[in-house]
Every structure is written in C-alpha cells, then in structure tokens.
Design a protein around this ligand. Structure first.
Ligand code: SAH
Length: 213
C-alpha cells in the first residue's frame, strides 16, 4: 500500500480537473487531494486511478467518477461532526471523503463481499466510519436516525420513503433518481411533511438493488 510523489502529483492534476469542471468547495477538493484513490482499486487499474472516470471494483460494482463524488459531496454541505448516512459503501472511497470532512459516517452495503473487503480496508488507511453495515439501503438506518444528511451512491428507481423520514429538519438527501439514466436530486427537509426538491442534471450509476446479496 504505497502512496508515492507520483501519485500525489497525479492527484493534484485530478483536483485541477475537478476545479475546471466547476467544483469549488475547498474542503471537498482537499479531501480528494488527500485520499490515495489508487489504493481503492484493483491493481490492474492503477494507471487510471487519477483519471476522472468510474472503474470496476469487486462484485460487478464501480468506484464512482471523482467528479460525481465531488458533486454529490458538495450538495451535502457537510459540516464537521455531521451525522451522515451513505447508501452503497462500495470501495469506501466516498466514505473516506466524508471522513476527511470530519463527518460521523454510517454506510450500508448490500454486497457481502464488498462489505467485508471495505470493512477491513478503510481502517488500514485510518478512515474510521462510525458504522459499516451489511444491509439493504432502501430501509435506511432507523435506529441511528435522524441524520444531517443522506447520500445514495447507486441509481434509485424511486425515492425510498424511509430515507426522507430519517432526515433531520433542515437535513439534505442527495440521490440519483432514474432507471438507465439518473437525475441527481436534492431534497431538503423543511418540516415534518414538507421537502424542497432541486434537480441537477443527468448521471449514470449502477442500480440500487433490493434485498441483500
Ligand atoms: N460509494 C461507492 C460507490 C459504489 S457503487 C464508492 O465510492 O466506491 C454503488 C454501491 O451500491 C455498490 O457497491 C452496490 O453494491 C451498492 N448497493 C446497491 N444497492 C444497494 C442497496 N439496496 N443497499 C446498499 N447498497 C447497495
């Protein structure tokens, strides 16, 4: 598990690319500049780790494109100590970004293989989520609710009701909604029943699937 000057240099280029694409939040850019993304990928993809692209990880899943990670994270407006629920732990890269921002992260993954791999891997890099859970993200995590924000990192065919109801008042849900193509959608909870909704264009994710595997 090496992180060399070459990797750091490539990472700074990636940060510049993200700035050019419109990411402005300094804390988010710093997090991406700090995290050794190459270690989250299979070694055969090492050379691609700092390109702004999604890549395959285990269990037919992908590590999201850095721009997408940055875009979603910006929408969360993370404050230190925020309690955040992530649906779709995957490689743990997004989890690491949230940890870098000082959030208390709870993350759910439905693929047992990935859950096990990432649970072992993240602490080795010093990233300690509050809880990594093997389970079904459609249900959210009622026992730890309410959350300051919730981020879904797989394409949701619809907005799961439990995720909306597990937000604090003022809390934010960032979720890509759609089947083949998803619209990045932000919900802000105004009060018990009312949510403000904003849409941010098209993205492509692997699907949010039902039940554990
Ligand atoms: N945040 C991840 C993105 C991984 S891709 C990263 O940074 O690498 C989306 C992930 O969502 C996959 O790992 C997939 O297994 C997981 N997933 C799909 N449906 C799910 C569900 N219902 N509950 C929890 N995780 C789910």
């Amino acid at each position: 598990m090496k992180d060399t000057f070459k990797h750091k240099g490539l990472r700074q280029q990636l940060v510049t690319t993200l700035k050019n694409k419109g990411i402005t939040n300094e804390a988010v850019l710093n997090a991406i500049g700090n995290i050794p993304r190459h270690l989250f990928m299979d070694s055969s993809f090492l050379d691609y780790a700092y390109k702004d692209m999604a890549f395959p990880i285990a269990a037919e899943q992908t590590i999201s494109q850095p721009y997408t990670v940055a875009f979603q994270t910006e929408l969360l407006q993370v404050q230190k100590e925020d309690k955040i629920l992530e649906i779709g732990t995957g490689s743990g890269y997004q989890t690491a970004v949230l940890c870098e921002l000082g959030a208390k992260v709870y993350s759910i993954e439905r693929q047992q293989e990935l859950f096990k791999k990432t649970s072992k891997f993240l602490p080795k890099l010093g990233y300690r989520a509050k809880k990594l859970i093997f389970g079904d993200g459609y249900k959210g995590l009622n026992e730890e609710a309410p959350f300051d924000s919730i981020i879904v990192t797989a394409g949701a065919p619809f907005v799961p009701k439990p995720l909306l109801s597990q937000l604090k008042i003022g809390g934010r849900l960032v979720i890509p909604v759609g089947d083949d193509v998803q619209i990045m959608t932000l919900f802000i909870r105004k009060d018990t029943k009312q949510f403000e909704q904003h849409e941010f264009g098209e993205f492509r994710f692997v699907p949010l699937l039902e039940d554990k595997n």
